[in-house]
Each structure stands twice: as structure tokens, then as C-alpha cells.
Design a protein around this ligand. Sequence first.
Ligand code: SF4
Ligand code: SF4
Length: 347
Amino acid sequence: MKSLKAEGHSLSDPRIQLDILNQHNERLKTTPKFEEKISEIGLYPLQPNEIEIFQINVGYMCNMTCKHCHVDAGPDRQEIMTKETLKQCLAALDDPRIKTVDLTGGAPEMNPHFRWFVEEVRRKGKKVIVRSNLTILTTNKFGDLPDFFAKHKVEVTCSLPFYSKRRTDQQRGEGTYDKSVSALKILNDLGYGTDPELQLNLVNNPVGAFLPGSQETLEEQFKKELHRSHGIHFNNLFTITNLPISRFLNFLLMSGNLEDYMDKLVQAFNPAAASGVMCRNTISVSWDGYLYDCDFNQMLEIKTHEKAGQHVSEFDLDKLNQRDIKTDQHCYGCTAGAGSSCGGATT
Ligand code: SF4
Ligand code: SF4
């Protein structure tokens, strides 16, 4: 499967995506505006509490092409963060208020400077999280990475849509489940999931146009089933709502589910989830060094507020902490039900 970008698909243009969400038809045009919704609860304009997580998207290249990918990542994407930009990120990380560096992609491991960068960040005493798709850890080229992760006490947060083979392979491609299980066993053998210093988290995404189930209940089920079938241990399960952008937006349009899905998100709007959205404590940096309120705004090319600085070379945490966060209709995905963020439910 090709990325939307490689196909030359109209949805690879973020302006078209935003246009669809706002005014594709009468039903979407009359969907309450996210801004109005958060105004009603006194949260507009949305502002940060205090940024402490620095999320870097080190490139859109990936060994997989999952159906729901909000990054539109894949083997055909060439965007990769250069060492020069990574150095600019390191300079920004001198601010002691940033505690955690969260590395995402694509497959972040495919950035040629990945290992060097992790070592440098650890040297600064920051926590490092890597968002791994697991399958990459079973390839020859990247097979030694689990040892590297353990050596540097990198927290591994990995995608596993479901504990059954059928639903996992349906979303991420044939053979994904078996490879993911192999990678999880390798991580477990190194102490991941049992040693308190080696945190292993799984991420569950709904395989379809619905909201995730209860994070607590699913975590219990995942732990029971993965242990029963494969003897696997892990620490936490994070449930993440699929946001209606990029390849998931394409799926919603193709399956005729977009309007119903948006209605579901709007009806499930939860003020408590809205006050805990991740853009309030996280800043996102793109492969080319631009600053965004989150990885989703990055994909929609909605940069941080002009007054706060828009590139990592002009990183100023005080300004960023005082900025207004830019929101649009996709933000309903973060505020529905128990809420959704890179760390799972927000309530
Ligand atoms: S969802 Fe993750 S693993 Fe799948 S294509 Fe996107 S970045 Fe790659
Ligand atoms: S999509 Fe981004 S900007 Fe919108 S609420 Fe979620 S984290 Fe915040």
C-alpha cells in the first residue's frame, strides 16, 4: 500500500482535510464548532498549563503502511530530521523544565541519527520515550535495538491495536501480530514490563469508526490474554481515539462513516477530557524543525501561534507557555469520552 502522498491523493493536502471536516456537506457544516464548545466551558482560547514533554517527529518514513495512520507514513516517505535540526532540539532541551523527550515518526528508529540522539538526550538526564511499531524490532537491521533501549533505559511505548491476531492484522497488515508478539517477548526477556526501570506500554486504537473502550477494562483484558496466550507482560495500556485526519479520514469517507463518527465525537465531548488535552503539557517538533501544538496539528500543517515562535531554532519556553493553542474540528477526537492523548485517556 502506498501513502496518500505517493498516490498524489487529494487528502494529502491538509487544507482539503480541514475543508472536509468543516464544510464537506450540510451535516458537517452544522456540526458545532470546537471553539464554541470549549468557549462554553471557559477554555477558549486553549492555553498550556506548563510544557514538560518535548515530542519530536524525527521523520515520516516507516516500514509499515497502516490503514489508520494519521501521519500518512510509509516506506515511500522521505522526510527525515537532519543532524543539524536534532542539534537544535538538543539546545532547546537545555531548559530544565522539559523533563521528557518523546520520539515518534513514522518509525523513529529509521532516522539514521536515532541512536546518537537518544544517547545525547539521556546524557542530559531526561526521560526518553520511543514510540515503536514493534515489527521494526524483528528486522535484521534493527534487531539489536531492544538491547540499546534497555541499556539507556528508554521507555518503549508500542502499538498493538488488539490482543487478537485478526484485528491487529486487519489494521496494520498481514503478519503484524506475530512479529509484534516476537518483539514483545524479546523486550520481556530483557526485563521490559517487569523491571521498574524498563517501562513497556502498549497502545490500543479502535479498528473501525468507534471510540475506544474503557482503558482500565481493556488493560485488564490485554494483560490476561497476552499472558495466557504468549506469557507476555507489560506495564500500561493506553487507549487512543483515531482522529479524523489523513488515512483514517480517508477510511471514514470511503466507508461513508465520517458524519456519524463526527457526531459520535461531538456527543461524547467531555469537559474534563478537554481540560486534560495533551497540547497543554506537550510541544511537537516536526522533521524540519517547525513547532506545533501536537502531532495532529503538525500533520494538518497548523503551526504554533506566530507570537510564540514557530521553529525550534527560536525555542522559547516562556513564550510557548503563554501562547494560545490552535484548534479545529479534529480536536473533538481528544475530548471525547475519557479523552485521548499519547499517554492514553486523560480523565
Ligand atoms: S501507524 Fe505507525 S506503524 Fe503504522 S504506518 Fe503509521 S507510523 Fe508507521
Ligand atoms: S488535536 Fe492537538 S491541538 Fe487539538 S486538542 Fe488534541 S492535542 Fe490539542
